[in-house]
Design a protein around this ligand. Structure first.
Ligand code: UGA
Length: 719
């Protein structure tokens, strides 16, 4: 009992002090200190504000400066046998446990000083054989990025021999460990199973994360089955630590969701927009991009005082000149603080343009540079405000191409610097886990603080890399973190692949690649009310169903496309028709088929997505998927050409007939008459479809057009 009592008293007196070195308050340093605070750890940071004399340790050996700083700071504790020092690097370390846990693990080693271990014998590989052998699943070699021991012992150990600031600290400690008398005197041990120290370099595949019963995220070493307390992204594992740091140290908790995302944020006052920070908004149109008109509309609608925004646009595509000019001449644009336009004729490359944007921002002492590519659609008009309020050095709104796996963020990066899919990539882009994510690369849209731009060499030029990848690689090498937030829905990305601007109305063809944007532009705004059953289709004649389906713009673009193509068939003067399977049309119209303008597949997709759901509501019990239609065509009626169509049946199960323009405005007369019911529809509505059975009951005729030109779009479905 007495012995137990004594041990307990000694334990009670022991205290843990974390000591880290950081000459600069980098983002990594801030993360480290946050992790110490989250775990209630007492700590001392050495070297803040001093010049780093430990050499370029990213590339070569060095780091002796750390030892000398430690010697100075430990002097005051050199006789303190109860002070336990946990010494760690700081830029690439996260501590995930409190002092109680760490001390109890340390005690289990029954050692005076315990060093972390790793799988590489570095910096002197010739020392491999001098190391004691360990079990296959353990790490054999000393790493100096983390160790723990009694202050008095550590002080005695590290003052035995001098070390120069530029000498290598890892080699310094290694030699002491490999010197058997020293090792035995201090009972130095290596944490070969990562009980306390997890060095990630070469071991990333060996770890995973899990949530404990309180929702706390822990690191698990799958090989040694340990739950380490100190996680070190040594050497090449910096980005892996960044990824794990999204969860560790209560950044994220299974019970509370993201915790760090709520820290250090600011609020912009809606009542006093004069106080909102100045932003340089740089827009890059580097490739032909569909739906640019909508892009600009959304930019204009951003909830941000325009007099606080200076705009710079780089347009690399002649095709888009008109749209960009429209944005300039738009009366709302005059409210921006300034607008600068780098056009195609200025001949500035993407690299130069991106550099100019940074320079503009720095020149005007802007608080933020908001870089936005033409593929970025801010459906949320608060996007810019929300990003600023998150208050991070570099922050991207996480956005994706709808329905796909393409986004503007990378979860990981390969050793060659290319895209690599991280385990949590889909959690990030699909919003399954909400967080402000530390990421290796962001693009297309990001907000960066002016103060960061001042601190880094701005570099976009590199023949081997995309300019933004180059830019962010430089930023990363300068110890800044970049984040992506999926806390809000900001909008979506456009897929510009294969956008063919040689077409007269190229967006019409985007039904596959940009379905949602296509739908917004081209489907009738009231269509959903009918498709959802909220509104019933009209029935102007027996079994003739009438409902809105395509937008005015679709009607107009379709007419433009056909007129531009111009090869109208001969109508009633020419019943031979090589375009149709039989080569002969009994009741021919003046028309152009979708196949002739390369739109057949697009139209069939449209039928499947928008017509079939309506058909199933109308002709209940009839099901065909996908709807088939060989003949889809635009018909032109006019007095001097073909002005009517004699009664006929259609070669279809059902026919769809969409009016593309307006009676009494664009043409006089016209319409359709169903002979059996003696029922006519003459006041057709632009963008509305009429659906009726084709083959038997609905014998019908096209009524005479007396003036102007009438256009309709016809499909014979399931012939
Ligand atoms: C790796 C090891 O993990 C280090 O323990 C060892 O000191 C180093 O190699 C070496 O032997 O040269 P690494 O993780 O690759 O270090 O490098 P950093 O994390 O970039 O630097 C180590 C630490 O030195 C930083 O975490 C920070 O605590 C300190 N440091 C470095 C500064 O305070 N200022 C600097 O400018 C650079």
């Amino acid at each position: 009992i007495l012995i137990c009592f004594l041990i307990n008293t000694i334990n009670a007196q022991e205290s843990l002090l974390v000591v880290g070195v950081a000459t600069d308050e980098t983002d990594g340093y801030k993360r480290y200190v946050r992790s110490l605070k989250q775990n209630g750890l007492e700590y001392e940071i050495l070297g803040l504000g001093e010049e780093w004399k430990g050499g370029d340790i990213k590339r070569q050996a060095g780091g002796g400066h750390k030892v000398n700083l430690l010697i100075n700071s430990l002097e005051k504790y050199k006789n303190d046998e109860n002070k336990v020092i946990l010494f760690t690097d700081s830029y690439d370390v996260i501590v995930n446990d409190n002092s109680e846990k760490i001390l109890s693990k340390f005690k289990e080693f029954s050692s005076k000083i315990v060093f972390g271990a790793e799988g590489f014998c570095w910096p002197d590989e010739t020392l491999v054989d001098s190391y004691p052998v360990v079990a296959d699943n353990e790490k054999r070699f000393l790493n100096s990025g983390g160790f723990i021991g009694y202050a008095s012992d550590i002080y005695e150990l590290i003052t035995r021999e001098p070390i120069k600031d530029e000498d290598d600290d890892q080699l310094f400690y290694t030699k002491m460990f490999l010197n058997i008398p020293t090792r035995e005197k201090f009972n130095i041990r290596l944490d070969t199973k990562s009980e306390i120290f997890q060095n990630l370099n070469g071991a990333v595949q060996e770890v995973s994360i899990f949530a404990d019963e309180n929702g706390k995220i822990e690191l698990f070493n799958n090989v040694t089955k340990t739950v380490p307390s100190v996680v070190h992204g040594n050497g090449a594992a910096k980005l892996d630590l960044n990824r794990l740091g999204n969860y560790l140290a209560n950044s994220y908790s299974n019970n509370d969701g993201c915790v760090s995302c709520k820290e250090d944020t600011i609020q912009l006052n809606e009542e006093d927009k004069n106080q909102w920070p100045e932003v340089t908004l740089a827009i890059f149109i580097e490739q032909p991009t569909p739906f640019l008109r909508e892009f600009f509309q959304k930019i204009t609608k951003l909830n941000y005082p325009k007099n606080k925004i200076s705009v710079l646009i780089h347009n690399n595509e002649k095709y888009h000149n008109l749209e960009v000019e429209k944005f300039f001449t738009n009366h709302e644009s005059s409210s921006y603080a300034s607008i600068k336009y780098l056009t195609v004729t200025d001949d500035s490359s993407e690299q130069e343009a991106r550099r100019s944007a940074v320079e503009e921002c720095l020149k005007s002492d802007c608080k933020f540079l908001f870089s936005v590519d033409s593929t970025v659609h801010f459906d949320n008009s608060d996007a810019l405000k929300l990003l600023i309020e998150q208050n991070r050095s570099i922050l991207a709104p996480v956005m994706k191409r709808p329905g796909g796996s393409w986004s503007n963020v990378w979860g990981a990066v390969s050793s060659q610097g290319f895209y690599k899919r991280s385990d949590d990539y889909f959690d990030i882009i699909d919003g399954n886990i909400l967080n402000v994510w530390n990421l290796p690369y962001v693009s297309e849209a990001f907000l960066i603080k002016g103060e960061v731009l001042k601190k880094i060499p701005v570099e976009f030029n590199d023949e081997t890399m995309d300019p933004t990848i180059k830019f962010f690689t430089t930023i990363r090498n300068n110890d800044f973190f970049m984040y992506g937030t999926n806390l809000h829905e900001f909008g979506h990305l456009i897929n510009p692949d294969g956008f063919n601007t040689s077409k007269i109305r190229p967006e019409l063809f985007e039904i596959f690649n940009n379905f949602e944007d296509w739908t917004k532009r081209y489907v009738h705004p009231e269509y959903n009310d009918y498709a959802s059953g909220k509104v019933k289709p009209q029935v102007p004649c027996p079994d003739v169903y009438w409902f809105p389906i395509i937008s005015d713009e679709f009607c107009e673009d379709l007419i433009t496309m056909m007129e531009d193509f111009g090869q109208w068939s001969g109508g009633r003067n020419n019943k031979e028709d090589s375009r149709i399977p039989g080569g002969y049309e009994n009741v021919p119209t003046v028309d152009i088929h979708m196949t002739q303008v390369g739109y057949q597949q697009h139209w069939l997709h449209f039928l499947r997505k928008f017509v079939q759901p309506m058909q199933q509501k109308i002709f209940i019990g009839y099901y065909s998927d996908p709807p088939r239609a060989d003949l889809n065509f635009v018909v032109r009626y006019r007095p001097d050409e073909q002005d009517h169509l004699t009664p006929h049946h259609d070669a279809s199960m059902y026919t769809m007939n969409i009016a593309l323009n307006i009676p009494d405005v664009d043409f006089q007369g016209g319409g359709v008459r169903f002979v059996r019911y003696d029922c006519s529809v003459t006041q057709t509505i632009k963008g509305w479809a009429m659906i009726h059975p084709g083959r038997l009951t609905h014998y019908h005729e096209g009524l005479k057009v007396k003036g102007g030109t009438r256009y309709i779009m016809v499909s014979f479905i399931d012939p």
